[in-house]
Design a protein around this ligand. Structure first.
Ligand SMILES: [Fe+2]
Length: 288
């Protein structure tokens, strides 16, 4: 948000509406399983057409309405993160032409703009990720989302997916990265505009994680087998997540050596503490 912290007026200005899904049609041309929806937003806005993935279909089926509402807000936050980045870059380019070449140089460096072909871009960006990153997203998370695509009512898989995405990917990995990137820039006094914006992004991320924790707490209260599902999933995913915390170019022998102000050991401890806090919220760990 411009001007720093989001206050209540900003919050109140967010347009949150509930629509009634009146029609669901197949959407065979979509790359991910999706439906075409007709949504009635009442007399003021009328009927709108939209495409939706599995989550909205659940809503239409009358399952997990709270989850749908929360996840819609999470998706909206995610869009704001991207919009913030785009606006920051636009401002920088307008301020000085040299920034444009800096952006192009950086994108070429991370393998995004070396080509205009999307597949080649993806292939190039994969070169910078670790094997564990691929296992986490393309195997462990994908198994669950694939399953939910065919069986949206499978709550145990939903619990596993939320455990992986909200607790581990966002709660342990994204928030840890955001924390140390912000801390480093604050210490160095560099990129103040970026720090301010990224602090807002991190604040949103906390809300996503809190939403996931609340969902899981509710599920644990409903049936003890969901508690087993969370524990089992964490056992499977945590060793992989640990590998994601170490950049590809870092030697495991150097885990205690700071890099941009933080060692892998420190990042690991921070992530573990974050998970511990969530587990207390969910009720899987006794509060101290
Ligand atoms: Fe997020």
């Amino acid at each position: 948000m411009p001007g720093g912290e989001i206050d209540f007026d900003h919050f109140a200005a967010v347009d949150m509406r509930v629509g009634r899904v009146t029609e669901v049609d197949d959407f065979p041309e979509a790359r991910k399983p999706a439906w075409k929806l007709t949504i009635d937003f009442g007399p003021e806005l009328g009927t709108k057409r939209s495409s939706a993935q599995i989550i909205e279909y659940n809503e239409q089926q009358g399952t997990l309405p709270g989850f749908v509402e929360g996840f819609t807000n999470v998706a909206r936050d995610e869009h704001r993160h991207v919009a913030f980045g785009a606006r920051f870059l636009r401002d920088m380019v307008q301020r000085d032409e040299r920034h444009l070449s800096a952006i192009q140089r950086t994108l070429a460096e991370v393998g995004i703009f070396e080509t205009t072909d999307i597949q080649e871009r993806l292939d190039a960006s994969w070169e910078h990720t670790t094997m564990q990153f691929e296992v986490l997203f393309d195997q462990l998370l994908k198994q669950r989302t694939d399953r939910l695509a065919v069986e949206p009512e499978d709550l145990e898989t939903m619990v596993e997916a939320v455990t992986i995405y909200h607790m581990v990917v966002e709660g342990m990995l994204a928030l840890t990265g955001q924390h140390f990137i912000i801390q480093y820039n604050e210490q160095e006094g560099t990129l103040p505009g970026f720090v301010e914006g990224f602090t807002n992004v991190a604040r949103d991320e906390h809300r996503h994680v809190a939403f996931g924790a609340r969902f899981l707490r509710g599920m644990v209260g409903r049936d003890p087998r969901y508690q087993d599902a969370i524990t089992r999933t964490l056992g499977e995913v945590l060793p992989v997540a640990d590998g994601v915390l170490r950049p590809k170019f870092r030697d495991p022998a150097d885990d205690d050596v700071p890099f941009f102000g933080t060692s892998v050991t420190e990042a690991r401890a921070f992530a573990a503490k974050a998970l511990e806090r969530r587990m207390k919220v969910i009720g899987l760990l006794q509060a101290a």
